[in-house]
Ligand binder design. Sequence first.
Ligand code: ADP
Ligand code: MG
Ligand code: MG
Length: 662
Amino acid sequence: MGLLRVGKPMGWHEALPIVPYVKEHGIQQFLNLYNKLKDRSGDVLKWGDEIEYMIIKRDDDAKTVKLSLRAKQILENLVLSELEYWREHSNNPDAVAPDASWKPEYGRFMIEGTPFFPFEGDISYYLKCEESMAKRREIAESLLEEDESLISMTMFPLIGAIKDLVHPPVDETTHNSSHSQYLPDEVINEHPRFPTLTANIRERRGGKVCILVPLFMDTNTDPEVGQRVPWDNIEQPLSTEDLDFKMSQRSPTQFFLYSDRINVFDNTAKVLSPDDTIPPASPCQQILPSTAPMIHMDAMGFGMGCCCLQTTFQARDIVEARNVYDQLAVICPIFLALSAATPIVRGLLAETDVRWNIVSASVDDRTPKEKAYIAKSRYDSISSYIGTGPQAVQYSDLELEIDQKVYDLLVDNQVDQVLARHVAHLFVRDPLVIFTDYDKVDDEMDTDHFENIQSTNWQTVRFKPPPANSTIGWRVEFRVLEVQMSDFENAAFAVFVILLSRVIIAFDLDFYMPLSRVDMNMALAHKRDAVNCEKFVFRTNIQDKSADAIYSQLTIGEIMNGKGDEFVGLIPLVVKYLDGLTDLDAQGRNQLNQYIELLSRRASGELMTAAAYLRKTVREHPEYKQDSVVTEEIAYDLVRLADRISSKQEIPVEMFGNLLKK
Ligand code: ADP
Ligand code: MG
Ligand code: MG
């Protein structure tokens, strides 16, 4: 999240009259940028990753873990070397750059680290990624106290599950921004932007956010346990607001409960539910059966307090960026499932393995009226392709809500219809936080208002125009990956995605298939153990660009490793690409082979995903009572496990085989 400005952020009702101003200027800023930079070339490949970490406070005697609220303090130290570098740099261009760049995140317990400069072109940089990640961890850990841990887990297992969640403890928690019954506002980053964002989403939608995740039913699980405040142990019937949500929320998570009722090969992809009275807005959406046991959450912090792994790469030009964006969008669900790391939600085992839809529902600011015609949350999968070939139109089969004024303006100003639709779709959302100095932004020089809309459209992939006043090119961000506990795994995923983008370009691959199918895959990716249990619709003739798509239903193992004559597999293509590189030495190749091997064996089910391993660890814990409850001591042991895995003191063979050495 960018945009930490100097003005004061306005509350929703104060901001409301300014919304049209910001949108009008935002679109003008995009247009200026586009006209100025549409021919900008990014001649070398640059790329980088972003990793989010949590800071955990441990009590090793009591065996408890809390969220440590020291991120701000730690960040102030982390950025010292960056500030010094930029100060010195102007009079000494040879000043040594720091290893990492650090940013605040939504949680007061979170930090985000990226390489200081993006990695550049040359193949050897694939190998620098893990080194950079390890360095980042080392730097951040050096600022921790003895009883703190820096962990890269997607979701803190006890978030919303214990009353005393934070350290230092607070006497009286506040709930002004979120109104949450589970989460104190103290978990929210203290910069006014973040509590304002939280409150504005709530006020805009007209009530608390409502996040429902299917509960994992073990032999002793109480089906009501997910709808209770654990420390009160009082039954919390869902409010009318929540019930209203049940009736109108249509996000991919809910769909999978009905996946057996969908004929994926039927072109109309109708959902065949008898109790579906409201016509579904998109094929992947379905009303929840009121009887399914759910885990209830009610605050933005449950979603935006999740950590993830993202990669961004710079394309040669806008055309390449647009085309690779489309290809990677299809890959997103596959990599979401393969990187699954979120089996525990609000202290309970969930029937899902990934975070995506938790975040999606946690920032869903749609008003009741909007829910009738806007199919998705602003944090969701993409709804249109943006490539420059005919396939982008052919396979964009979802209804796309657009801001017609924005669309007309763009098309009148020579933006092609496909890109205009994409941008006009971004603009169906309102700016969530407007700062009091909003009118000090210069539309010719700045892009703040455009970025305000762009940066709060959190989709599976993001098409990033060059920032104003920079030499950066057009970029694509891959946003779905679940963060892994070790740098080795994070590097494997980040590097593979970048390699795959190279392979897509080098071999002119074509993954295009209808976006409604991609959304179905997205839904399936949420299912527990989707890697082993689900089949995903995937195009098999990916090396045949001019042909219509031929689909098959493949497991993740088959998509990654190939399936006989039917499908070549992503990994064999990456291997073929590497075989053709002349500047890769044996040691480098060996390291890349390790990454590929890890993903290959996770995909085939031979090795466990992080989610599967964490779930197994909980279920085999001596304190576990087969009731889906992750106790404080189990959570403590999980944090220690994450610590040991990240420092390579422990390398579970179920997750790593013999790939990682101490
Ligand atoms: P956001 O929050 O919008 O994702 P960040 O600044 O947090 O943006 O992350 C940007 C990512 O892009 C980092 O991984 C960084 O290394 C990478 N990056 C920075 N400059 C470039 C560039 N010119 N080309 C590609 N990637 C870049
Ligand atoms: Mg970032
Ligand atoms: Mg990012």
